[in-house]
Write a protein that binds this ligand. Structure first.
Ligand SMILES: [Zn+2]
Length: 523
């Protein structure tokens, strides 16, 4: 062996166990487990030591090590805590109640870090939100994206007009301030009103204010289907916005939505690959469900009808000609999604929604004795804009996306949809164990190390000495999704140990109610 090769090896060894001699006492010693370290490499058997909030060592068990707590992980895997890059878990922070802040729906899936600010609705006062959530306490770590939608609403309200140069300047200032305060990027939801009224150029002009800070442009893109500009043009638009803004583009919850796009996952991935050859950094995240979750009006109402808000919508609906046009557009949107039996009403804020929960639009329309779209329009006009599970994806496309090395795992967890409680156990069960669509090493990487690397979450998402001790111990065969579309709020079972910053948040299968999460800030 050459001398330089030997010294490289020595350096590598030292990196793996920086101060072992001084660390012969650890707080937690996990032995006998199969270690997936989050980098996608082959698993290995070995020990993991935790001292304070950090990982002390990974691999060979140091001699003479003593531990305050020993965990026998034989028959279990040991992995980094999962990082969920598309969630609605902490929307409304810091006003959330204790139950929401504990975030057991995430912890019992093995998620130790969740993003705050998906779909362009992230906070502007990033520092205030992170400071106060830290004071209140969180069950999981959180990191924030600021939001194009929040910025546009702040400056322009619900306006469908193009932004003036002065308005663009005002929006840029807000973005830059939020980035300065520790946001990891900018989110958008160009599918949604009022963000959808922004042109590509406007979004680039605003989002590029984040350029000096770097980070991620994360988007619920303008069209995941054939609604407006179409999925392919929309994917190109998303990449252009991210690339011209000097940011990594992340296509949130990548999918082919609706009958017109089924079978086209390959073409979407090809657009992303082509962009990489031009030097753009492009990734995506995905949830493993054939139903998306959205609002009844977002799913069916044409955007022109929504401009100005609900009062304007009511005025339009009272006009016979506009009403007819609206219903025609809604019929077409319903066809795209797969028809009235594919929309399941799952969630609503007030008592008026209760009678409809758990029914398909087809059933509600039959009860009302009128066509589906008229029933939906009535609900929206009465202010009952319910959450829907929209069964609009195919297993085949889900698997094509999942196999791509640039597609990460996310939950998009939202009330009423079982993905909030069950995404990660489901993906492991269905796509790693039952059918080997991806390997366990790839599953873990897509849910931890790759997310940390994409967002720049330093010292997270990997098992290595010196990294923060966000660590899971579980038996994959016993990890189970319990939530279903009809009972979406059932906690996952089988997660044995979850450490968040070295503190046990789940101990021997039971939540400890520790609030060990931290508010992470980009430096
Ligand atoms: Zn979304």
């Amino acid at each position: 062996m050459s001398r330089s090769r030997a010294s490289l090896l020595l350096a590598a060894l030292l990196l793996q166990s920086p101060t072992l001699a001084a660390q012969d006492t650890v707080d937690v010693l996990i032995t006998g487990g199969r270690i997936y370290d989050g980098t996608g490499g082959a698993p290995r058997d070995g020990a993991v030591g935790i001292k304070g909030d950090r990982i002390a060592f990974v691999g060979a068990l140091p001699r003479n090590v003593t531990a305050k707590r020993r965990i026998d992980a034989r028959g279990h895997v040991v992995t980094p805590g999962f990082i969920d890059p598309h969630t609605h878990a902490y929307e409304g922070l810091p006003r959330l109640d204790l139950e929401r802040r504990r975030n057991l729906s995430s912890l019992l899936q093995g998620i130790t870090t969740v993003v705050l600010g998906a779909d362009g609705r992230g906070p502007l006062e990033v520092k205030r939100v992170l400071d106060s959530s830290q004071t209140l306490g969180l069950g999981t770590n959180t990191y924030a994206l600021t939001g194009f939608g929040t910025v546009r609403s702040r400056v322009m309200g619900n306006s469908s007009a193009p932004a003036t140069p002065a308005q663009i300047e005002a929006m840029r200032t807000l973005i830059a301030t939020a980035m300065q305060q520790g946001a990891y990027g900018v989110g958008s939801g160009l599918f949604y009103v009022p963000q959808t009224y922004a042109t590509t150029d406007e979004v680039v002009a605003v989002v590029s204010a984040a350029k000096p800070f770097g980070g991620v442009y994360d988007t619920h893109q303008r069209d995941e289907s054939s609604y407006s500009i179409g999925l392919f043009a929309s994917t190109r638009e998303a990449i252009r916005i991210g690339c011209e803004s000097g940011l990594t583009t992340n296509i949130g919850h990548i999918k082919t939505l609706g009958v017109d796009m089924w079978g086209r996952a390959d073409s979407v991935l090809a657009i992303m690959r082509e962009a990489r050859t031009r030097g753009c950094t492009v990734v995506a995240d995905q949830y493993p469900w054939t139903a998306s979750g959205t609002g009844l009006s977002a799913a069916l109402m044409p955007r022109w009808a929504q401009a100005g808000g609900r009062d304007s919508l009511r005025l339009r609906a009272a006009d016979a000609e506009q009403r007819a046009r609206m219903l025609a557009d809604m019929r077409e949107n319903l066809r795209r999604r797969g028809g009235d039996s594919t929309l399941l009403l799952i969630d609503g804020d007030d008592a008026k929604a209760a009678p409809y929960i758990g029914k398909t639009l087809k059933q509600v329309a039959a009860d009302a004795g009128q066509p589906a779209v008229e029933t939906a329009l009535d609900l929206v006009l009465r202010g009952i804009d319910m959450g829907v599970a929209s069964f609009n994806m195919t297993e085949a496309d889900i698997e094509v996306f999942m196999r791509d090395p640039y597609v990460m795992t996310s939950s998009d967890g939202s009330d009423g949809h079982p993905r909030l409680f069950a995404t990660y156990p489901r993906k492991i069960r269905r796509y790693v164990l039952d059918r080997p669509v991806i390997s366990m090493a790839r599953m873990v990487e897509s849910a931890s190390g790759q997310v940390a690397a994409t967002y720049g979450l330093t010292d997270r998402g990997v098992l290595r000495a010196g990294a923060y001790a966000d660590v899971l111990v579980f038996d994959p065969q016993r990890l189970k999704e319990e939530a279903t579309y009809t009972e979406p709020r059932k906690l996952a079972t089988g997660m044995q140990w979850v450490f968040v910053n070295g503190t046990a948040a789940v101990a021997d299968g039971a939540p400890t109610n520790a609030l060990a999460g931290r508010a992470l800030r980009k430096r």
